[in-house]
Ligand binder design. Structure first.
Ligand code: NDP
Ligand code: 8X3
Length: 250
């Protein structure tokens, strides 16, 4: 059973499709229930798998623990947890940034990941095997102007990946961080709040697709159980750092 947070769009949705193609059963969560219900229906019909969809806001600590507690028999079957739900909001210098945006990113990218992991990990430890995949970012490894709090949350995801691996040593569980560069999803639209500005982010260059990242997650999970891929950083070939992007002029 593969549990994916933020499965209603982008990397999470593509990851659901990738695991479904391997005939893996799925638990899909996100706030937009209609989208994950449609995806669950589509994938279970196409691949003959079990696909469960639950509305879940990862910022809601009580809702996270209540869901796992109320469906314990289901969550006890989780072998892979993909902590993917996340977002950037705003792109402002620190001294004029919106504190509401910062709280949203911290609550989602960091606290949400912590709530979900704390609820599910005991079940995985009891099972004696399993894999936790964190979707980090290049922003957690290299800073860039106006990336400030988003970068800090992803640096936190990196630190938690390392910490969990230390704490889980001897349990048989694996922990992996996947840190992509530019991926064309709904990410930039959410961050900038404008479709045209979002489109311009990828103008003249070839970004990663959500499927590229999903394929990388699948590869890490499909290594033999004695191999733990600690971290994968993947950039588009057209992107050499957060700010060095090669663009072809039209
Ligand atoms: P999308 O905006 O396409 O997808 C984000 C997903 O996160 C959606 O399914 C959304 O679902 C979910 N989500 C957001 N907030 C919450 C919440 N409070 N509770 C539950 N789910 C939530 O963007 P991406 O697919 O690109 O982003 C996925 C991850 O990849 C994020 O962690 C992002 O930081 C990371 N990333 C993205 C990169 C990029 O360039 N696109 C690069 C590096 C990392 P819903 O709104 O329905 O709740
Ligand atoms: C998303 C990539 O460079 O916009 O995590 O921070 S970046």
């Amino acid at each position: 059973m593969i549990f994916i947070t933020g499965a209603s769009s982008g990397i999470g949705e593509a990851t659901a499709r990738a695991f479904a193609s391997r005939k893996k059963n799925l638990i899909l969560t996100a706030r937009r229930l209609d989208r994950i219900q449609a995806l669950a229906r589509e994938l279970s019909a196409a691949y003959g798998i079990e696909a469960h969809a639950f509305a879940l806001d990862v910022r809601d600590r009580q809702a996270v623990s209540a869901l796992v507690e109320s469906r314990k028999e289901l969550f006890s079957r989780v072998t892979v947890l993909v902590n993917n739900a996340g977002l950037a909001k705003g792109l402002d210098p620190f001294h004029s940034g919106a504190i509401d945006d910062w709280e949203l990113m911290i609550d989602t990218n960091l606290k949400g990941l912590v709530y979900v992991s704390r609820a599910v990990l005991p079940l995985m430890v009891a099972a004696g095997h399993g894999h936790i995949v964190h979707v980090g970012s290049i922003a957690g490894h290299w800073n860039y102007p106006k990336g400030n709090v988003y970068s800090a949350t992803k640096a936190g995801v990196h630190a938690l990946t390392e910490s969990m691996r230390l704490d889980l040593s001897g349990t048989g569980l694996r922990v992996t961080e996947i840190a992509p560069g530019m991926v064309e999803t709904e990410f930039s639209e959410v961050r900038l709040g404008d479709r045209d500005r979002a489109k311009a982010v990828y103008a003249g260059m070839k970004p990663l697709s959500a499927a590229d990242v999903a394929d990388t997650i699948l590869w890490a999970v499909e290594r033999p159980a004695h191999i733990n891929i600690q971290q994968i950083v993947l950039y588009p070939t057209d992107q050499a750092s957060p700010t060095v992007v090669h663009r072809r002029t039209p």
